[in-house]
Design a protein around this ligand. Structure first.
Ligand SMILES: [Zn+2]
Length: 369
């Protein structure tokens, strides 16, 4: 395993790289230009011996403290994720024995990066080549003093040779990643707590969910799943998280990730509709832009009460040969949640539900901006 600390992560992102990533992700050019203007019009002044220097322009990097920066950084790191995923197709690249069932090559949490593969020379080389390519194009380089190579299950001679060739410091096993000791042995609840806090409260815990699906749920649905008594507290937590009714809709596997994200925000009432913008003190036209009724734009109205979205959802239901009176947003979420199961057609329903929400939101944004 290689634990990589990225040097001055936020200050090093090359602007041209960021712009290319945004374009490749399909952000509209207008939005890319807005973002790049915000990012690139930074100037600094230094306070030296009580006096301010003249202003000078930044040449790269993201603004510290800007709430958009963390999203832009994650998008930049996604380039690395995708480069590393390409290694799956390379027959010379071997997984770490404990990670092959999960197709896992790396774990990345903002600028904390952990790369893992089998301890053979070619696999390590391929993995580091992918990282070096990313470094060259993005400007994000490893801080060699704080990065380390952790290698086990090989002869001492081989270990020394690899460490010398790769130029990393030797690291011990187990070591800490995101404040949790990583080892092949069972870890205690107490040791997991920092990670649980980070992941459950801030992220959809995808990797753990995948792990739990593989080892505990297998082919069953979550509601049929018996949680073994000896399962750790963390497993209990995540299974309970998934048993909340509406999460069944968000976790339908056929849903496209970007649709899933918007649906997840909508269900938590976190889409920036006009009523929310006003609470933040931003003044914009309150009326719904999708219909001509002059009703205020709220999440409730926009997603299923509005004549525009009613029409869209009605067409989809009739295409699926489902006859029902369309209710409000909460009712529709509950109805879809009650329908989704392991049967394939219900996955189509979940997929279409998420796509409808995504496209209504997209249309609203296209008309507003
Ligand atoms: Zn409307």
């Amino acid at each position: 395993m290689v634990k990589i600390d990225i040097r001055k992560a936020y200050d090093s992102v090359e602007w041209i790289f960021l712009q290319m990533v945004l374009i490749e992700f399909g952000f509209p050019m207008k939005m890319v230009n807005w973002i790049m203007t915000c990012v690139s019009t930074v100037s600094y002044t230094l306070l030296i011996n009580g006096g301010l220097t003249t202003r000078f322009q930044a040449k790269k990097g993201l603004r510290q403290g800007d709430s958009m920066s963390s999203y832009l950084f994650v998008l930049s790191m996604e380039y690395l994720n995708r480069s590393l995923k390409k290694l799956n197709a390379n027959l010379d690249s071997n997984y770490h024995p404990r990670c092959s069932k999960l197709n896992l090559i790396h774990i990345c949490f903002t600028d904390d990066l952990l790369l893992c593969c089998r301890a053979d020379k070619i696999s390590i080389l391929l993995m580091l080549q992918a990282f070096n390519h990313f470094s060259e194009v993005s400007g994000l380089k490893a801080n060699m003093e704080k990065s380390s190579l952790h290698i086990a299950g090989v002869s001492n001679e081989f270990k020394q040779q690899i460490i010398q060739e790769m130029g990393f410091a030797t690291g011990e096993i187990p070591f800490r990643y995101l404040s949790v000791p990583l080892s092949s042995r069972k870890i205690t609840v107490h040791q997991c707590l920092p990670l649980v806090e980070k992941m459950i409260t801030r992220l959809l815990p995808r990797l753990w969910v995948k792990w739990i699906h593989y080892f505990y749920i297998k082919q069953k649905t979550i509601s049929d799943c018996h949680i073994p008594k000896q399962a750790s507290w963390l497993v209990w937590k995540i299974l309970e998280f998934q048993k909340v009714e509406w999460k069944k809709v968000v976790l339908v596997q056929t849903i496209i990730p970007r649709h899933q994200f918007i649906l997840w925000l909508a269900i938590q009432n976190r889409l920036a509709t006009v009523d929310r913008l006003q609470k933040w003190g931003i003044q914009v036209d309150k009326r719904c832009i999708l219909c001509t009724t002059g009703r205020d734009e709220t999440l409730e109205h926009m997603l299923f009460e509005c004549t525009y979205s009613q029409h869209m959802w009605k067409s989809i239901l009739s295409w699926l040969s489902i006859q029902r009176r369309i209710g409000n947003w909460q009712e529709e979420v509950q109805w879809v949640a009650s329908k989704v199961s392991t049967r394939p057609w219900t996955h189509i329903l979940g997929f279409l539900f998420a796509a409808t929400v995504y496209h209504i939101w997209g249309e609203r944004n296209a008309r507003r901006f």
